[in-house]
Write a protein of this length. Structure first.
Length: 255
């Protein structure tokens, strides 16, 4: 059994790049690239997700490792909860709606609560404590109780069985292809300086991306590049995606 942690933080920073965008009031259709602000809370309870730094600070959930900015969504592609996706298609740029969703993260199931040997955690150098999130196999779980050499974990989503309420605002719609490319890159590399990223499209099927030195040694950069390439092929129909990395005197020093 594989035990361990899994999380990824993004560095704090200013709002994202300014894209070439449509006017307020434009209608939304399936497949549109849009930027949305959203805040999710348990009904009559705490906020658990927000794109707003102000809301995060007010609700006591601000994380300096998180970037707070409008979220890129391709409508109908399942990047957000299905009910929210459905609502977006009925909205316009600049509009705000409140959406209530029952069992947004599935029903709570008793069979997903397990009692596991403490020694298995200790073998992986994990000292479990109530409230801790751990990975068991390919699933995340919440530690509920530790005692008697056993650890009780809940494999249900933390908000399973609960009704949640989202406030969502469509900030912009991205229509220009070059700006869609930038948005897809920034989605995978949120801290990339786009102004230093050279993008060349010689035709409709071939794209060359010259990455800035700031991201060349980032953790997992090869996996991120694969994700970007996959997005560019799937959503913008590029068949050949080329990444260029330059290692000159600035990185290597003089010989």
């Amino acid at each position: 059994m594989n035990f361990g942690f899994s999380w990824k933080k993004r560095k704090a920073g200013e709002m994202g790049e300014v894209f070439n965008l449509t006017q307020e009031g434009s209608s939304i259709s399936k497949g549109d690239f849009i930027l949305v602000d959203l805040t999710g809370r348990v009904k009559n309870g705490e906020v658990f997700e927000t794109t707003s730094k102000g809301v995060a600070e007010k609700e006591g959930i601000y994380d300096e490792g998180q970037t707070y900015e409008p979220k890129l969504v391709i409508v109908g592609e399942g990047w957000i909860l299905p009910k929210l996706d459905e609502v977006l298609e009925k909205m316009r740029v600049g509009e705000t709606r409140t959406v209530e969703i029952e069992n947004a993260f599935g029903e709570w199931k008793r069979e997903n609560v397990k009692s596991l040997p403490l020694k298995e955690f200790l073998k992986s150098n994990i000292e479990p404590k109530p409230g801790m999130r751990v990975r068991i196999g390919n699933r995340l779980a919440t530690v509920k109780r530790v005692g008697g050499g056993r650890v009780r974990v809940d494999l249900n989503h933390p908000y399973a069985g609960k009704t949640v309420v989202y406030e969502v605002t469509i900030k912009e719609k991205i229509t220009d292809k070059q700006e869609k490319i930038k948005a897809l890159i920034k989605r995978r590399m949120p801290d990339i300086p786009l102004e230093k990223t050279k993008i060349t499209t010689s035709n409709e099927e071939r794209i060359i991306i010259e990455l800035p030195k700031e991201v060349l040694f980032a953790d997992g950069v090869q996996f991120v590049k694969y994700g970007i390439a996959n997005d560019l092929k799937r959503y913008l129909n590029f068949e050949e995606i080329i990444f260029v990395e330059k290692y000159g005197e600035e990185l290597l020093g003089r010989s």
